[in-house]
Design a protein around this ligand. Structure first.
Ligand SMILES: *Cc1c(COP(=O)(O)O)cnc(C)c1O
Length: 363
């Protein structure tokens, strides 16, 4: 295991300065006092691992990441438990997905224990920044960038930097659990077979902003991506996976599209596929078309739709709009959506038992 050099800030922020941020942190706006950096090059592999004061990076303008976008990231949260300790939710799964993304982007894998150690060190150093307020958490953002200088395009970078920063955050969609409206994008696609849809790379987001702008221009909160070939099969929403609830009460069952290379395999999605059957809600991975979505809402067979991801946990989808018109699923989060949300959040904040071993102590 790589050794980390520890350099702490000279002067910590006062409790008062910290409280001013924690009172209303927003999402991903304010950062803690430290960060992690680890360098990689061909000769030494991973080296120069450091916990150091948070601050700007100095990079040559010809650094590869600026030109060819060789970058990827992860996102997970540290949760304050009732006993004051700090845990995360399935960070091993983030470490594994980080490496799957690295493979796709021709970047070096980071040993999982180094990934986990980096989170532990940062959370331990900045433990006072982990919110105690209900629904708030410390959002952890590990990422890796190509740091070789030079603009040759025929080969991947031979130098990289791994970095972790942390932001105390409120929930992503502010306020109470309010259904979002979605725009079905027919002009743009997020991912195609053989592309980078399954990798958590910044380029996927860069290419998505224009569709998100279109969604907002159409009066919607979020974009829903359809498949690249037929623009018909539902894939995912912005940075979240989608679930469809059929039936209600004891007959409720969940459907989500199979990831199949174009959909980002969310850890929240995977957790719900395991959790729901334990609550008596069967799950299946099936493709669902826009027409089926509309018709099944109209017939009453499809009762709830929600999106899920680390940042916003579980968010109901209320209204769906596309070129052909619009329809409404519900004005509020449905009972299955809210039950799954309560169960998942309960495990993360230590209010519910965790028979799955998903909770991992960080500090
Ligand atoms: C990160 C992400 C998700 C959700 O993944 P989680 O592991 O549940 O946070 C879904 N879709 C996209 C495009 C993402 O980047």
């Amino acid at each position: 295991m790589i050794e980390f050099e520890i350099e702490l800030v000279d002067r910590r922020k006062s409790a008062q300065e910290r409280e001013a941020v924690l009172a209303d942190p927003g999402f991903g706006l304010h950062f803690t006092e430290h960060m992690i950096t680890i360098e990689w090059d061909k000769e030494q592999g991973w080296h120069d691992a450091r916990l150091r004061p948070y601050g700007p990076l100095s990079l040559d303008p010809a650094t590869k990441v600026f030109h060819y976008g060789q970058e990827l990231f992860e996102g997970l949260k540290a949760y304050r438990q009732p006993d004051g300790t700090i845990v995360s939710f399935r960070p091993q799964a983030n470490a594994a997905r980080f490496n799957t993304s690295c493979d796709r982007m021709a970047m070096p894998r980071l040993p999982e224990e180094t990934f986990l150690k980096s989170l532990e060190l940062l959370c331990d150093a900045d433990r006072d920044w982990v919110p105690t307020r209900e629904g708030h958490s410390l959002y952890l953002r590990p990422f890796i960038i190509a740091t070789e200088t030079g603009m040759g395009v025929n080969y991947p970078s031979n130098k990289y930097m791994y970095c972790v920063i942390a932001a105390p955050s409120a929930s992503y969609f502010s306020g109470a659990v309010k259904p979002v409206s979605v725009w079905l994008s027919r002009d743009y696609t997020r991912a195609a077979p053989g592309g980078t849809g399954f990798a958590k790379c910044g380029g996927n987001y860069a290419a998505a902003f224009v569709a998100q702008q279109e969604a907002v221009a159409k009066g919607c909160d979020q974009v829903v991506w359809l498949d690249a070939a037929e623009h018909r099969w539902v894939e995912e929403m912005g940075g979240m996976n989608l679930f469809f609830v059929y039936g209600s009460g004891p007959d409720a069952r969940l459907v989500t599209p199979p990831t199949a290379g174009t959909i980002l395999p969310g850890i929240t999605r995977d957790s719900l596929l395991k959790l729901a059957p334990e609550l008596g809600i069967p799950v299946s991975e099936e493709m669902i078309s826009v027409e089926q979505w509309r018709d099944d809402v109209a017939s009453g067979a499809l009762t709830e739709v929600f999106a899920c991801g680390t940042a916003a946990v579980i968010t109901p989808v209320g209204r769906v709009k596309g070129e052909e018109g619009e329809f409404t699923i519900s004005e509020a989060g449905g009972p299955v959506t809210m039950r799954l949300r309560e169960e998942l959040v309960g495990i993360q904040y230590g209010r519910r038992p965790d028979p799955y071993g998903w909770i991992t102590s960080l500090a």
